[in-house]
Design a protein. Structure first.
Length: 302
């Protein structure tokens, strides 16, 4: 009988491995979040991992709370956003504008919450404000500093943005503090969620007098809609590089997650993400289709 014990144990162990729980994937309510979550889903399924797809789960605070509560297991987050999770932490000087230091810092801090950061994208999807190219040309608007002068001169200004962009200390308030201007409530049109396609479209069409839009560094819709993002020469806002973050217990259960996802995120530079986002935001394609085309073209689904 003894010679059968080891094969039996091996069979039982294999059975446990096959019975792993599905990974529940979430994302924020925006175009890029949908694209990234579909990339993650397709990669995991291609590797034989069962996935529960809960893309478009909510705003940053909602998705973050869901991860910590175990309602979801993994979602794409941004390094700059993660700084806001640790308001009491003693941070290195200039951490928000040093990509490598920022990633390492939030990675170490979040480990204390039982959260693992996988490999990051080189793209910087930072906050921005975009205006119609015609307005920029007429008033010489190139930087947020130029916009501050424009607003302070009492020129017509109406900004379409999400409530999160208006409220978060590292978003619009950071621009206002750094460049010395103030956007009043009367100059704001608040749109639900964080979809910059909606804010950009409002600015392009002049909806309700809107002539400026909350935008991101990898927005694919801006050029198609005739908008230009204003630069941030003073570095008012942090670097925002996307990376999958996962609950530590799930990372332990699936130790290959980094091997599966890291090589793909490494090739998602700003030009690539802008192109993928544009196919969804401008051309109306399904994020899952766009994600599949990208992965296939790079050979990640072979």
């Amino acid at each position: 009988m003894r010679r059968y014990i080891l094969p039996l144990l091996a069979t039982l162990t294999l059975g446990v491995g096959l019975a792993q729980d599905p990974i529940t994937i979430g994302s924020k309510i925006d175009t890029e979040g949908s694209v990234l979550s579909q990339i993650i889903r397709l990669l995991l399924e291609h590797d034989g991992i069962q996935v529960e797809d809960r893309s478009g789960f909510g705003t940053t605070s909602v998705v973050r709370a869901a991860l910590l509560a175990g309602e979801i297991d993994l979602y794409p987050e941004y390094t700059g956003t993660a700084l806001t999770f640790f308001p009491e932490a003693e941070l290195p000087e200039d951490v928000s504008t040093d990509a490598a230091l920022l990633y390492q810092t939030v990675r170490e801090l979040d480990a204390g919450n039982g959260v693992v950061w996988l490999g990051r994208s080189p793209a910087n999807n930072t906050w921005s404000i975009a205006v119609p190219a015609t307005l920029a040309a007429e008033h010489g608007l190139v930087t947020i500093a130029d916009l501050a002068d424009y607003v302070n001169a009492g020129e017509e200004f109406m900004l379409a943005a999400s409530q999160e962009f208006v409220d978060r200390a590292d978003a619009l308030p950071a621009f206002e503090r750094t460049y010395g201007f103030e956007v009043t409530d009367a100059q704001l049109v608040i749109l639900a969620g964080g979809n910059t396609t909606q804010t950009a479209t409002a600015a392009a069409r002049g909806t309700d007098g809107v002539n400026a839009a909350m935008a991101y560094g990898t927005d694919g819709a801006l050029s198609a809609l005739g908008l230009v993002p204003l630069t941030d020469p003073a570095g008012a806002v942090a670097i925002y590089q996307p990376a999958p973050i996962v609950r530590a217990e799930v990372a332990e259960q699936y130790p290959k997650l980094g091997d599966i996802l890291n090589p793909v995120f490494a090739v998602l530079d700003e030009a690539t993400l802008s192109q993928l986002n544009g196919r969804v935001a401008v051309d109306g394609e399904n994020p899952a289709t766009v994600a599949a085309d990208f992965l296939s073209s790079y050979g990640f689904l072979d």
